[in-house]
Write a protein that binds this ligand. Sequence first.
Ligand code: SF4
Ligand code: SF4
Length: 370
Amino acid sequence: MKKLGFGLMRLPLSNYEDKGSIDMEQTCKMIDAYIERGFTYFDTAYPYHDGKSEEAFREAVAKRYPRDRYTITDKMPMFNRPSKEQMEAIFNEQLKRCGVEYFDYYLLHALNRDTFAFSEKVGAFEYVLKLKEQGKIKNIGISFHDSADVLENILANHPELDVVQLQINYLDWDNKNIQGKECYELCVKYNKPVIVMEPVKGGSLAAVPDEADKLLKEYDSKASAASWAVRYAASFDNVIMVLSGMSDMNQVLDNISYMDEFKPLNDEEHMVITKVTDIINNTTAIPCTKCNYCTSGCPMSIAIPDVFAIYNNLKRFPATKQARKEAYDRVINNNHGKASECVECMQCQEHCPQHIDITEWLKVIAKEFE
Ligand code: SF4
Ligand code: SF4
């Protein structure tokens, strides 16, 4: 299998404000371009695009290509705390939504200390193992967002897992909160192949600061910033797949241009990445990946990732304060709460895989823009 996976969580939209409004015409064209070049791997999940990602997969892939032309991964939303009966209903609904009779890979989604404890209690591992025995799942695994000690606890107790999906990107590799390096090394120790998510860190490594971009361009004037990030993740021996949440045709064409005949980063390229990492770390205020896990339960409808992105851009380009203020006002005028309206219920922070102190940053943002 070629190492580039099509993540179906950032598909093109016909209405920017409506995550369920997937532009199917554009999506089909992007998927055709990807499959035509011999790529096969798709990744979806129950909540992506407000529940519409799986249906988009069915319409664009399952109904248009024979089953042996693609590999599909789906996930059980353990953060929703499903009961045994609900897990069964969700799984059957997912098969229907995706239009398939089995999943090639099926993961317990977003395991951390809490969701792992819950998964044990509700028997989620036993449930997916039973589905594997019935042939409805070919490989079982987890997607993981927590510290290495939690991962080691899971891997030591669940030798039946076939794969682990991890967040690996050059910015987070040595990050003490994400612990990308430590988690990857544990997967090697327990002999678990790794699927990489967020190689471009929610798109933030596709548009790096000017100084960093200059370094990348000096080495290779044609390579995109995103290509460095995807190739970095794919260069690890134990990584079998790198997901990219592609949003337009240019991203698809760029990705397949360098992943068609993938070449791992060489030593010189690794040195460039080290310098770029230092530059980005010095200019990124909030390490948000725009995953949106924090937004659905916010009682004040605060557009957390949007206002974080605006603040990050302000810090990166301080001369653009007026434009950033206007962008902030536009978000608020679109029926979203102000940063200052946060009631500190903390539900968002429980869901943030980057462990961002959201409420504190909202105070900073309120002071800056309101
Ligand atoms: S802590 Fe603030 S931002 Fe987070 S969910 Fe509660 S109100 Fe929303
Ligand atoms: S604040 Fe955290 S949970 Fe919310 S979008 Fe950013 S990374 Fe995701």
